[in-house]
Design a protein around this ligand. Structure first.
Ligand SMILES: Cc1ncc(COP(=O)(O)O)c(C=O)c1O
Length: 404
């Protein structure tokens, strides 16, 4: 049935998430019986660790999770989160300063809704996670995109931030390690950014969802800890269990920040979703307070796959791939293949058309860089088996090799 329903104009600038679209397209082809290898998903391929599942089972059997909880999450969970974040960021965070939401994406949505007035500007370094600009726009704000370069390891500089600030600038989003690039800021880069944050009186929205997934000699440096109290008081921490504990489907993320902001976000959450799922809160408490060796085991597997994927990508003629040092994505430059002609006779004018062709003809799904504000690049998740990595990158190499 088609009925010409008028939709709210606030949706006009909003695009659907390109990562979800690529993942859905690959899943549809697979459901149709086509053998597609997907590097689209931004989630671990591992199951949630057993002790976390066991805690959820026990709570369910005890009849302990059938009821609503406090909007912002149960106190034992907020205490555990506050303790962990206080230690990581070297600042005292009280349980009242924590809001637990239905995934870090939900945390960020509540945050922008609570913070941004129409016309307020938010600095977003590119390549960026797909949802930041759209969430800022949904809140009526203006995303101000700061371009970074692969040769600078995709790090935004203090000067860029300084020069981009206007009277309307409220905040900068810092996603470290980064989705989609896998870049990790060095201590010196974080310290330089910390200075400009105080100088320009900015808030830092620190999206730390991948902070425990760093490899080799890279280290996660907290801007709140590195910058001291002046920066810590301006920093809003967004974190969660999705990526670290293979818990994407449980949908738990959290925010730590100044009390008035957390209360405002809780007001929004209280008028929309209410509490995040009770059983998922119990599982998250087990994740944060239980044994942590599962994190190291998964990190080691990601690291091995990362090395193999980068090695294979670098062997493809014309593909440039810098070393991702965190998260679970490789972000190669494939611009040498944009504008080329496929054997079927179509010109692949941009990275979106290239990725469409790759999934349909090459049977390998990768995400176009345009969705992350980086045309000419593609994102591949290495949170998949070594077998898929070897076969999938071989398909990529073979397909690209047929372009003229
Ligand atoms: C940078 C970044 N922030 C936030 C999220 C949201 O995570 P969650 O699954 O907890 O909503 C993601 C998930 O892809 C992400 O990559």
């Amino acid at each position: 049935m088609t009925f010409p329903i008028k939709l709210a104009s606030r949706l006009d600038p909003i695009k659907p998430s390109i990562t979800l679209a690529v993942t859905a397209k690959a899943a549809k082809l697979k459901a149709d019986g086509i053998d597609v290898i997907s590097f689209g998903a931004g989630e671990p391929d591992f199951d949630t660790p057993e002790h976390i599942k066991q805690a959820a089972r026990e709570a369910l059997d005890k009849g302990a999770v059938a009821k609503y909880t406090e909007v912002g999450g149960v106190l034992p969970l907020r205490k555990a989160i506050a303790a962990e974040l206080s230690a990581v960021h070297n600042t005292k965070i009280e349980p009242d300063q924590i809001l637990v939401s239905s995934g870090a994406k939900h945390s960020l949505y509540n945050l922008f809704m609570a913070l941004i007035d129409p016309g307020d500007e938010v600095l977003i370094p590119a390549p960026y996670w797909v949802s930041y600009p759209d969430m800022v726009m949904l809140a009526g704000g203006r995303p101000v995109i700061l371009e970074t370069k692969a040769e600078d390891d995709f790090a935004v500089t203090a000067d860029q931030v300084r020069n981009a600030c206007s009277a309307r600038t409220r905040a900068i989003v810092l996603n470290n390690p980064s989705n989609p690039t896998g870049a990790v800021y060095t201590r010196a880069q974080i310290e330089a950014l910390a200075k400009v944050v105080v100088e320009k009186d900015l808030l830092v929205i620190s999206d730390d969802i991948y902070r425990q997934l760093v490899y080799g000699d890279a280290e996660y440096v907290s801007i709140a800890a590195a910058g001291g109290p002046e920066v810590a008081k301006r920093t809003i921490l967004v974190d969660g269990v999705s990526k670290t504990y293979a818990m994407t489907g449980w949908r738990i993320g959290y925010t730590a920040g100044p009390l008035p902001l957390i209360k405002a976000m809780a007001k929004i959450q209280g008028q929309s979703t209410s509490n995040p799922t009770h059983i998922a809160q119990v599982a998250t408490l087990a994740a944060l307070t239980g044994p942590q060796d599962c994190v190291g085991t998964m990190r080691k597997a990601f690291d091995d796959r990362r090395k193999r994927m980068v090695e294979l990508l670098r062997a493809i003629p014309g593909v440039q791939c810098r070393e991702p040092k965190g998260a679970f994505y490789a972000f190669p430059d494939v611009s040498a293949y944009v504008g080329k002609k496929s054997p079927e006779g179509s010109i692949l004018d941009d990275d979106v058309q290239l990725c469409d062709w790759l999934v349909e003809v090459g049977k390998v799904a990768v995400v176009p860089g345009s969705g992350f504000g980086a045309p000419g690049f593609v994102r591949l998740s290495y949170a998949t088996s070594m077998k898929n990595i070897e076969e999938g990158v071989a398909r990529l190499a073979k397909s690209l090799g047929t372009l003229k």
